[in-house]
Design a protein around this ligand. Structure first.
Ligand SMILES: [Zn+2]
Length: 253
């Protein structure tokens, strides 16, 4: 199992540090350079590459300074993106190899149109697409696109570890409980998350198996229409209509 550590940035961002041999590591979505540089120095490690999931500033602002400090690194990011400071631009189905791990790239539009995820080493770097207990807001894409992106995660092995970029789990579980009042797995996980956050303990990584049981957006098709408040409830029982309704409800929650 790959070893991954969290470097904190901003209020609730995690910059993931994937550990390799030879004291090398790969960081994902460095929204700031300073905490990464401090981490590398404290650990006596060197940077091999950067993975970018999407163009938002809180995921990319550190890239330029890290590239200055480590000019030999490879910066990977999505093709057709407003963020262009990459060495290798990636599309759906591409594979990359870093630190001896192979990662498959999947396009997961919805939060942004350029969003990609990296799948490999028994984990997924899911950026702002799949959160623990939730999903990203629809800033650029449609509910149809995001629901399609959810299928990418549903197809993964249950043991796959989920490394998303924000510590949103507590608020997400409040909504998960409101939308699934009879889901025992949700209520029990909500209590675990509350206990962890009360002690400022990180709630990640999650797993695909857990998310399939608790995440209302990943399991929108399993949520009864009657669980959705009348002002958001769709006319028909189509999965994408329920997904869209849940997303709008959460935006107003
Ligand atoms: Zn974002």
């Amino acid at each position: 199992m790959a070893q991954v550590e969290a470097i904190k940035a901003y209020k609730d961002n995690y910059i993931w540090a994937l550990q390799g041999s030879d004291n090398k590591l790969v960081v994902v979505d460095p929204g700031l350079a300073e905490p990464v540089l401090d981490y590398l120095q404290a650990q006596g490690k060197t940077l091999a590459a950067i993975l970018i999931t999407h163009h938002h500033w809180d995921h990319t602002t550190g890239v330029a300074a890290l590239k200055l400090a480590y000019p030999e690194i490879t910066v990977y990011g999505p093709k057709n993106s407003p963020f262009t400071d990459v060495d290798v631009a990636l599309s759906d189905g591409d594979t990359i190899t870093e630190l001896g791990y192979e990662f498959q790239v999947r396009a997961t539009p919805g939060h942004t149109l350029d969003h990609i995820c990296y799948i490999g080493a028994g984990l997924v770097f899911s950026g702002d697409t799949l959160f623990s207990g939730g999903c990203g807001r629809l800033f650029e894409g449609s509910a149809e696109q995001m629901w399609q992106s959810m299928q990418v995660f549903r197809d993964l092995d249950d043991n796959t570890q989920v490394y998303c970029t924000h510590e949103y789990t507590l608020a997400n579980m409040q909504f998960a409980a409101a939308s699934q009042p009879h889901n025992e797995a949700v209520l029990s996980y909500q209590h675990q998350v509350e206990a962890k956050r009360a002690q400022d303990i990180i709630t990640l990584p999650s797993t695909i198996g857990l998310e399939k049981r608790i995440n209302p957006f990943l399991r929108a098709d399993a949520i009864p229409l009657g669980a959705i408040p009348p002002q958001f409830r769709p006319q028909d029982d189509e999965p994408v209509a329920k997904f869209a309704a849940l997303r709008t409800w959460k935006d107003n929650f």
